[in-house]
Design a protein around this ligand. Sequence first.
Ligand SMILES: *Cc1c(COP(=O)(O)O)cnc(C)c1O
Length: 371
Amino acid sequence: MNFIPVNTPALDGNEKKYLNECVETGWISSEGPFIKKFEDALATAVNRKYGIAVANGTAAIDIAIEALGISKGDEVIMPTFTIISCITQIVRAGAKAVFVDSAPLTWNMDVAQIEAKITSRTKAIMVVHIYGLPADMAPIILLANKYNLTVIEDAAEMHGQTYNGAPCGSFGDISTFSFYPNKHITTGEGGMILTNNEVLAEKCKSLRNLCFMPHKRFVHEHLGWNYRMTNLQAALGVAQLENLEKHIIRKREIGNLYQSLLHQNKHLQLPVAYTDYATNIYWVFGLVLRDSISYNAEEAMRKLAAKNIGTRPFFYPMHKQPVFNNSGLYLNEHYPVAENLAERGFYLPSGIGLTDDEIHYIAEQVNQIFN
Ligand SMILES: *Cc1c(COP(=O)(O)O)cnc(C)c1O
């Protein structure tokens, strides 16, 4: 078996056709027509009024935090088990990230721990849906209403997923997506902000475009970024979105096949297949080594690499990041579930391009190594 990469995207729809259209018409910048098409199509798919396409998922979160006016002294409650993209603008703005540990089975933020973290300075709760299974939104929305908090929803791993039948990305006052190649739909690099709030949408548009003033170009009252998406990327996005449903069906097939081939292995914790509010779409197929395995994820990943199987470690918790600890932040904080996930969790090849033969080979090797 040749090396199986952890991700292979599928670009088998109208991608070429739409890209050709860009080249033939000369529309390649962010002024091109695919931008609005892509924004409208995703906003419609997620039941939101406004979509603002940006350069990547991190940029989408940066802009969301800035647009909400989160600043010095404010607190944002968020999971520690996530990617650094979620926290960069919070820290740069001088606000404080207040962490919540993960639930041991779903790996999502443990919603039962949120209320105790709310203070008079809390401005927002950031929800990050993890690895294909949504966080439990209902109790989060209740808390947000009770304490008058904004909800930021990072749905980067959730294209096509629903929570109690409503699309993920439709719960936040402001929601964000990423279109990195390992997401269910990709534009190479790309991201989007979604909201129903017109004022927020206008702020986000301005922030993505350097806060140029509409009638006085090159005069600025605020600082923004150049986080614009190109027409080429949006062309890919429109084509990918046409195939999203197909991609989700395939992702579930991949996940279900892994489940059936690995569920008897007593040494591995597998992803939760479904809860009462959602069925997993397996953005990635994660594994957590149980205590019966004496070594950690790093060693497990080395063993799989020797069998030509690509893997990735789980997220490394925010409260343990050297960039924060070295400046004195979060030094004495402990979140045991997230720490265990980081030490003992990793994921198998999970891309849409993966074949059933490859999955059978991977599962066979996994069962041989961990037995
Ligand atoms: C991928 C991802 C991001 C970052 O998106 P980029 O497009 O890579 O910047 C943010 N949050 C989550 C949960 C992600 O999975």
